[in-house]
Design a protein around this ligand. Structure first.
Ligand code: FES
Length: 69
């Protein structure tokens, strides 16, 4: 398994990470003000939250919403 992007909007987590670094966005909501992602199935949001916390941009496990709170 290789999860590295918001598939609905074709935005890689690496791309989102660089936007966060450039803008100082520290949450999904702040990041969404600068780049469009996560508005459809929303399955990417737990991954983006973890990326913002840890810097990780490629995942090999299923992360559910409640496991990242
Ligand atoms: S994968 Fe991000 S909204 Fe569907």
């Amino acid at each position: 398994m290789h999860i590295d992007r918001c598939y609905c909007f074709q935005r890689t987590f690496a791309e989102l990470k660089s936007v966060a670094a450039r803008t100082g966005a520290g949450s999904v909501e702040e990041l969404q003000r600068h780049v469009r992602f996560g508005h459809r199935c929303r399955l990417c949001l737990p991954y983006v939250r973890r990326m913002l916390r840890t810097g990780q941009t490629v995942f090999h496990e299923i992360i559910r919403e409640q496991s990242t709170s």
